[in-house]
Design a protein around this ligand. Structure first.
Ligand code: NAI
Length: 506
């Protein structure tokens, strides 16, 4: 597919974090790049910063000094928007304040300054591309180009088509992003596009556990990193993003989906925003970043003695890997997938229901272990005991798991524990986006791996875990809460029943 000719200039409007990054990308790709900001000083400062970043790139050997100098020289500050007339720009990318009215006013002006063939793109992260483009006289040339921060480093670009976007424009912008060294994915203009929609449960489930006092922030972060394979936990990540910025995205998606309980904002996060505890940028969020204050340490469960032997009834799934790693002698019997410990209590894997509900069914005290990304490499696992389980049982379980080389985080009896409920909801959310035609399956997984750094795309993760298991897990969570948040997407249920891969196109 043909991309924008590098001989055609590109204009970037707004020279904040995103605009400056996008201008750098376009200039490095060979375009003369015009940068405009309502605040001229900011635009000039942005150009200086880009020169500095390019110089460092050359120092690190990522480009030659001549290439860095040439890219730097291609960027120019545009003094007035009207100066766009006669420049022959092929593409204008807008990255101003996240406000529909401001963006619509800007594009109305732009339409009068650029040629008819010039593509108009917005870098909005949460507003409707269809809505921003609605007042244009030629909305077919209007499209979303959603870069991620920092734009020069993050490979993903969501190419967002509104209702009126001409498919040829989408194709050209997609090819252009590729020519600029990016990985584009095709997305329909729907709330949160792919990344900001599908990722909501990563934050929401952790915040809910925190609000329910199932565990503290540092424990939940450690479990999601060390058992779930995520690069950062949700509390440290939202402290980095800014609690206000993260909350606005959640609230926008929630409002756009008519207050769907799946996207319910967090009361704990609201309180932080009200307090002005926005994260690293204000020195305090879920964690305290003041000088001299260190991050609270994760309290690991004190392991009890390693059991001499255990009785394994039936197939233990992921848990069998940990049992093997522990080296504890095992006696096997047929059964429903439980480990019987010397005290008579039982150990099994979470299926999304309460440990106390499992104990009531089994007639014995129960400890549940959380779902893991990979039981062969996990260094931590969360466990939860049923109400009034004897301390001896938890001691046996922690002794067993410690012998397997994993740290144990004891959390309250929260249905679906920590990693399990997070991953099940990410899978459900990704399938929901697929079902509603937001993007194709490969693009959804690519977007989540590159946009959020997840260890596995959520659709592939669902296939690995098993769609039928995820459905049962979510049904149990839904029964435990009864609030509609965990309702299974009908496409996920269909795929589970038919055995079709979640990565198969619709
Ligand atoms: P920012 O606040 O750092 O920069 C915005 C810039 O636009 C400022 O320099 C401001 O002076 C300028 N500006 C405001 N109104 C203007 C107007 N009418 N005409 C010309 N210039 C104007 O914002 P940031 O973070 O760079 O975000 C810009 C856009 O990119 C927003 O739509 C945001 O949602 C989106 N976005 C932000 C991401 C992020 O992580 N910061 C990621 C992806 C998209």
């Amino acid at each position: 597919m043909v991309s924008l000719d590098p001989a055609q200039p590109v204009c970037v409007i707004g020279s904040g974090a995103m605009g400056a990054g996008i201008a750098q990308v376009a200039a490095v790709a060979g375009h003369r790049t015009l940068l405009f900001d309502a605040d001229q000083d900011r635009a000039r400062k942005a150009v200086d910063d880009i020169h500095e970043r390019l110089r460092r790139q050359a120092e690190k050997g990522r480009m030659t000094s001549a290439e860095a100098d040439a890219a730097g020289e291609r960027i120019q500050v545009l003094e007035a928007l009207a100066d766009l007339r006669g420049q022959g720009c092929g593409l204008v990318v807008e990255a101003i304040v996240e406000n529909v009215g401001a963006k619509q006013d800007l594009f109305a002006d732009l339409e009068t300054f650029v040629d008819a063939g010039c593509i108009l793109a917005t870098n909005t992260s949460s507003l409707s591309v269809t809505g921003i483009g609605a007042r244009l006289s030629a909305p077919g040339r209007f499209v979303g180009m959603h870069f991620f921060n920092p734009a020069p480093l993050m490979p993903l670009v969501e190419i967002v088509s509104g209702l009126a976007t001409d498919p040829k424009v989408t194709e050209l912008v997609r090819a252009t992003a590729e020519a600029w060294g990016k990985t584009p994915v095709d997305v329909r203009s729907t709330p949160g596009f792919v990344v900001n929609r599908v990722a909501r449960p990563f934050y929401a489930e952790a915040f809910r556990l925190y609000e329910e006092r199932a565990a503290d922030a540092v424990t939940i972060d450690a479990v999601l990193r060390e058992a779930g394979g995520f690069k950062m936990g949700p509390f440290e990540l939202t402290d980095l993003i800014g609690q206000d910025v993260n909350e606005i995205v959640t609230r926008t998606v929630w409002r756009s989906f008519s207050h769907d309980p799946r996207y319910l904002p967090s009361a704990a996060q609201r309180e932080l925003v009200e307090a002005g505890w926005l994260g690293r940028k204000t020195g305090r969020g879920f964690y305290d970043y003041s000088a001299g204050v260190s991050r609270p340490v994760v309290i690991d469960a004190e392991p009890g003695p390693r059991p001499d032997r255990i009785l394994v009834q039936g197939d233990m799934g992921q848990l069998s890997v940990l049992l093997e790693r522990s080296g504890v002698p095992v006696e096997h019997l047929n059964g429903d997938g439980v480990v019987v410990l010397p005290s008579g209590g039982m150990l099994t894997t979470t299926d999304g229901s309460l440990a106390t509900a499992r104990a009531a069914r089994l007639g014995r005290p129960v400890v549940l272990v959380d779902y893991l990304l990979d039981p062969t490499t996990a260094t931590r696992v969360a466990v939860a005991a049923s109400e009034r389980a004897p301390a001896q049982l938890l001691g046996e379980v922690t002794g067993l798991l410690h012998a397997a080389g994993v740290q144990v985080s004891v959390v309250d009896d929260a249905p679906g524990l920590v990693v399990g409920r997070t991953v099940a909801m990410l899978v459900n959310s990704a399938v929901d986006a697929l079902w509603q035609g937001v993007a194709g399956p490969a693009d959804i997984d690519t977007a989540m791996r590159l946009g959020t750094n997840y260890p596995v795309g959520p659709l592939e993760w669902g296939d690995r875990w098993g769609a039928a298991t995820v459905v049962e897990f979510l049904d149990n969570l839904a029964a435990a809460y009864g609030d509609g948040r965990y309702r299974v997407c009908p496409l996920l249920r269909r795929r589970a029943l038919s055995g079709t891969s979640l990565l198969a196109p619709i």
